[in-house]
Design a protein around this ligand. Structure first.
Ligand code: HEM
Length: 434
């Protein structure tokens, strides 16, 4: 395997792949020498139409566990096979605690990965304690209760789109405002403030080194905004999730600290809109590029939940993942060894496109069976908002297919542009006509 990698890279003198990792008996070390063939630096350019990076496909075949350089300059292992990715996120051997000296970092400057009060940066049992406090608001039943309200928001947005007439930028007019409005109502944020946190979240999710100062400033402003929001809810409760979290904090301070409370609210605001909005835009594009599929959905609405799962599998906007670090020496299902202390990047998008797990993974098929994608992650950090996001996506596609039966792209597909240098890869605009 390392020989193949070496010949691909053409790098003279790179040793046979062990790079100092001895490995336990029978286990393979990470493939080295692969860097030259794909640049070896994360993030990689997306594939066609913002799709899974080609580098992941090549690595999955030739070097499924191989070094990659992060924007910080630190080197971690990039893992590209479904079973290995599953093991990194769901198995007991990896941690999200990357806050010790010398830990691998995504960015050279501080970012949200270092906040010890964030749900995403905790390991069990601390993580389980915090998650228990908030998860009741995101059960399947709790998410279902929002369906009617979500539909009303979606219908209202489409009323405006139809009234303005074609063409429309569906990203701005529908895909973004829908999840923003929903998360504002669920959490208890004034929807009129959404332009503020749209700007903050764009900056905070950026991966470009030049954005470090902007990121710091956005983080300070966003934290001040949320602190004020919480103070305001303490004075005037509104019966929303922020009130519930404040009650959990104020009635029993051991359950939830003040920084944890603020952190959960910030996390929900950002996680609750950005990904869903991008999945809606990308999903609409996927449907428009397969013009027979919206008609099939209209004729057979019972296919909708499966169609949403296929949109999720094929169209997640994140090409990366939050880093993990090995707590001990581990042999992954592919037989490759990861040494204790090594950082690992195991992107869900690479799992979703693994041909060993999905037949013809590059084919977009709303009737796909056995669609166990990893778009919401897996393991302890499985997406808290998955049930809510599923309801939002089902409503969004249902309403669009029903009310815009003649929808098509208003520009040639090649003219669409994609965001770059961010943790999310989304469409900048989605011009449609009908
Ligand atoms: C289609 C939309 C969405 C996608 C694809 C998505 C994807 C993900 C993924 C992959 C993770 C796990 C990251 C990891 O383990 O490294 C995650 C975690 C999380 N998501 Fe989502 N998400 C979506 C929507 C939402 C929504 C609507 C909310 C809030 C209501 C939300 C809140 C969260 C939170 C709080 C976490 C952290 C959970 C933890 O660390 O325990 N997400 N999401």
């Amino acid at each position: 395997m390392a020989e193949v990698a070496k010949s691909l890279s053409g790098s003279e003198g790179s040793e046979s792949g062990s790079k100092g990792y001895k490995g336990s008996e029978g286990a393979k070390g990470p493939e080295s020498g692969f860097e030259g063939s794909d640049g070896g630096a994360y993030p990689f350019p997306p594939g066609e139409l913002g799709g899974c990076p080609l580098a992941y496909h090549r690595r999955r075949t030739l070097a499924p566990v191989a070094p990659v350089a992060l924007p910080s300059g630190d080197e971690v292992l990039l893992v590209t096979r479904y079973d290995d990715i599953r093991e990194v996120h769901a198995g007991p051997h990896f941690s999200r605690n990357l806050r010790y000296p010398g830990a691998p970092r995504m960015l050279a400057a501080a970012d949200f990965g270092e906040d010890p009060n964030s749900l995403t940066n905790m390991d069990p049992p601390e993580h389980s304690r915090l998650r228990r406090i908030v998860q009741g608001a995101f059960t399947p039943r709790a998410a279902e209760r929002w369906r009617g309200e979500i539909r009303a928001i979606a219908e209202g947005l489409l009323d405006d789109v139809l009234a303005a007439g074609p063409p429309a930028d569906l990203r701005t007019a529908f895909a973004f405002p829908l999840p923003v409005e929903v998360i504002c109502r669920v959490v208890g944020v004034p929807p009129g403030d959404s332009p503020l946190f749209r700007v903050w979240s764009d900056v905070l999710l950026s991966l470009t080194a030049g954005a470090a100062a902007d990121r710091l400033q956005a983080g300070i402003e966003f934290a001040a905004y949320v602190d004020e929001l919480i103070a305001d809810h303490r004075c005037t409760p509104r019966g929303d999730l922020i009130d519930d979290l404040i009650a959990a904090r104020d009635e029993d301070a051991d359950r939830l600290s003040e920084p944890e409370l603020a952190n959960i609210v910030r996390g929900l605001i950002i996680a609750g809109h950005e990904t869903t909005a991008n999945v809606i835009s990308r999903g609409v594009l996927a449907l428009l590029r397969h013009p027979e599929q919206p008609g099939v959905l209209r004729a057979k609405p019972e296919l909708l939940p499966g169609a949403v799962e296929e949109v999720l599998r094929a169209q997640i906007p994140g090409h990366g993942a939050l880093l993990r670090v090995a707590k001990e020496d581990v042999v992954l299902p592919s037989g490759h060894q990861v040494k204790a202390g090594q950082g690992v990047l195991a992107p869900f998008v690479a799992a979703n496109h693994d041909p060993e797990r999905f037949d013809d993974p590059e084919v977009f098929d709303i009737t796909r069976a056995d669609n166990k994608h990893l778009s919401f992650g897996i393991g302890p950090h499985y997406c808290l908002g998955a049930n809510l996001a599923r309801v939002e996506l089902q409503v969004a596609f249902d309403v669009l297919v029903d009310r815009l039966p003649g929808m098509e792209l208003a520009v040639p597909v090649g003219e669409l542009t994609w965001s770059a240098g961010s943790r999310v890869c989304g469409l900048n605009e989605l011009p449609v006509t009908w």
